[in-house]
Design a protein. Structure first.
Length: 419
């Protein structure tokens, strides 16, 4: 059978059939390859240069152009012995400031004011002395491109300083007439700068204003007496304030006090009596002996500034020579710097109280030597009074006490006080 034609087929047909099967297989292979290429490459257009450009047309090229905004900080980076006022300023040209942060080494930030056009920034208040500050400032141009500046500088170390001694004491409870009174250790020639560095606030809120007595004392009070229960907070931000040329404050502290119940006592020198009113109600009517005709008691509103269980009173210290020297005056409460007190009197006859004025200008109340009897009018008044309580003297044949003679600024009208 080898080499013989298949039965029933014409001679030579075996070669022709093998030729027809060959092209069919090739077609299948080529078709499969075409499918593979199409599946891997997506559409035919995707593989063309034109298709690639179309796919990336939406991408944005990053803008690497430098910002036109330029930040300038004064003082210069690394500056030393910088003035605490007027030296710090941040500006921007070609754009507007978006961030300004100035802080000391402890992270306390300096509050500042940005100009309405956004091109400059200055601190609201003075800087502290002997302090290192860091500055971080950022500005943006019209296209939003930013530039930044980071610097450091140190303020001056003062050679001469001042502080303020204040009353009342921190945490104390005082009467409704108590002002905030600050006495400076150096005379102040820039009172506006010093006053700006002191903040006095009250809760509930009330308008409070300061008034200078000379160049070394600054008092604060509201228009009327404080309301009972008011809490007053005082912030002394004097560190770095140039109070006079070359003399800088060195205090940065706060203190607070509370107003107790309201008590106002009125002495009628001609009637020889004192009425004590607490929270709007009279609680006591006490016979007194005021200043004699030749040594009358000041009229006016006076504030108790000191309480002394016993003290010495010597006429030499207040201009009366050797007229008296009493070493054990009981239950004494100071009403003026010049020596006016409301105090116990054990040396006068009981009959003078309520009938005769015999003192050298003080207001005397019946007492016993040593002040041991708590039932006497002087003991009662002492035990029921606070520093800051008001004592008003009227109908005395004397002038009104000067506002700076003690804590007695209430003798000025509000318009005078705020002028």
């Amino acid at each position: 059978m080898n080499g013989q034609p298949i039965s029933g087929a014409p001679a030579g047909t075996g070669r022709a059939r093998r030729g027809r099967r060959g092209p069919g297989l090739l077609t299948l292979v080529l078709g499969a390859l075409l499918l593979l290429v199409t599946a891997c490459g997506g559409s035919a257009d995707a593989g063309t240069p034109g298709g690639d450009k179309a796919g990336r047309a939406g991408e944005k090229t990053a803008d690497t152009t430098a910002s036109e905004a330029v930040v300038t900080v004064l003082p210069k980076d690394g500056a030393d012995s910088v003035e605490t006022s007027g030296a710090l300023k941040v500006t921007a040209t070609g754009g507007k400031l978006t961030t300004v942060k100035v802080a000391d080494a402890e992270g306390h930030e300096v509050k500042g004011t940005l100009a309405t056009n956004g091109t400059s920034w200055e601190p609201e208040r003075h800087l502290a002395a002997a302090t290192k500050y860091t500055v971080h400032a950022v500005a943006a141009d019209a296209e939003g491109r930013e530039s930044a500046k980071d610097t450091t500088f140190s303020t001056l170390v003062p050679q001469n300083t001042f502080i303020g001694h204040y009353t009342p004491e921190d945490g104390s409870t005082v009467g409704v007439g108590m002002p905030v009174s600050i006495n400076f250790t150096r005379g102040i020639t820039d009172p506006a700068a010093v006053e700006k560095a002191i903040t006095v606030t009250a809760e509930p809120s009330v308008e409070i204003a300061g008034h200078w007595f000379g160049n070394d004392r600054l008092d604060f009070r509201p228009e009327q007496y404080w309301a009972a229960g008011t809490k007053v907070t005082v912030r002394l931000d004097l560190d770095g304030v140039e109070g006079r040329p070359g003399v800088y404050g060195k205090q940065a502290k706060s203190f607070s006090f509370t107003i107790g119940r309201s008590q106002v006592s009125t002495v009628d020198a001609s009637a020889h009596r004192m009425k004590v009113v607490r929270d709007g109600k009279q609680i006591k009517d006490i016979p007194i002996s005021a200043g004699a005709p030749s040594t009358t008691t000041y009229n006016g509103q006076m504030v108790i500034s000191e309480k002394l269980k016993v003290t010495r009173m010597n006429g030499d210290t207040v201009g009366f020579g050797g007229e008296y020297d009493i070493k054990d005056v009981p239950h004494a409460m100071r009403l003026s710097t010049s020596g006016t007190f409301i105090h116990g009197n054990y040396w006068g006859a009981s009959s003078i109280f309520g009938t005769t004025n015999t003192s050298h200008g003080c207001v005397g109340l019946r007492d016993v030597r040593g002040g041991y009897d708590g039932a006497t009018p002087a003991a009662w008044m002492f035990d029921n009074s606070l520093i800051g309580d008001v004592v008003i003297v009227k109908n005395s044949k004397d002038k009104t006490i000067q506002p700076d003679n003690g804590l007695n600024g209430w003798n000025m009208s509000w318009s005078e006080w705020t002028a």
